[in-house]
Design a protein around this ligand. Structure first.
Ligand code: MG
Length: 231
């Protein structure tokens, strides 16, 4: 049995900055904090992004902890509007994603899952914005489960074990993502890692991060399914 754990942003879909705009507005309203314009969001959990921005604005960790839930709540309140803000540039699903999700779902040897830094409610909204039903994912680990991304892989592995009611080894998991952070997160539990170049990272950067397989995108469904099954 393989547990296929898909990242969301840059892997399943592109939301064209809706998450970033929602978070920046939430940080201003909820913490008076503006993160560095150069802050990278890719591969990080939502609470990690919020903490980094608030630290940058000079808040200490106790102050950040006191504001965190409120900032995430404001982020979610902004997200729906931002996801639907741009009629000419709406969120879109990436090439081959619908097909590989269908193929994983249809294959009796694959459990379909999510492994994302998005808080769970945000993940669900982003998926719905591109017409992917969040309910089809049988297991998942989210930024709302833990702030530290590498820890999320272990949470996903444990949830898969609970779901299947049997032990799941780290190497039965396959992490599919678009950033070196996704790869590191998978390697932390001994998972196979498939990196895709549909986010902001190049083939060379993803290879250097230690990904077992690097693909331009997920459009070659048989090849992606084979990479998942061979892990
Ligand atoms: Mg991503």
């Amino acid at each position: 049995m393989k547990i296929a754990l898909f990242d969301i942003d840059g892997t399943i879909l592109l939301a064209h900055g809706a998450g970033r705009r929602s978070m920046e507005r939430a940080l201003v309203a909820g913490a008076g904090a503006v993160g560095s314009g150069g802050q990278h969001y890719a591969g990080k959990t939502d609470p990690q992004i919020a903490r980094e921005a608030m630290r940058y604005a000079g808040l200490n960790d106790a102050e950040i902890d006191a504001r965190m839930a409120g900032v995430i709540e404001l982020y979610l309140a902004n997200l729906d509007a931002e996801l639907h803000a741009s009629a000419h540039d709406p969120p879109r699903v990436l090439p081959g994603v619908r097909e590989i999700l269908d193929a994983c779902e249809a294959h009796e040897g694959v459990v379909l899952g999510l492994l994302t830094g998005n808080v769970m409610v945000g993940a669900e909204r982003k998926l719905r914005a591109v017409g992917v039903d969040p309910g089809r994912f049988e297991v998942g680990a989210f930024g709302s489960d833990h702030e530290d991304r590498p820890t999320l892989a272990e949470i996903a592995r444990q949830r898969a074990a609970d779901y299947l009611a049997r032990d799941v080894a780290g190497n039965a998991c396959v992490v599919i993502g678009d950033t070196p952070a996704d790869v590191a997160c998978g390697l932390a539990i001994g998972a196979r890692t498939i990196a895709v170049c549909t986010g902001n990272f190049s083939d060379a950067e993803l290879r250097a991060s230690g990904a077992h397989v690097v693909m331009r995108d997920l459009s070659d469904t048989p090849a992606v399914l084979q990479a998942i099954l061979n892990g």
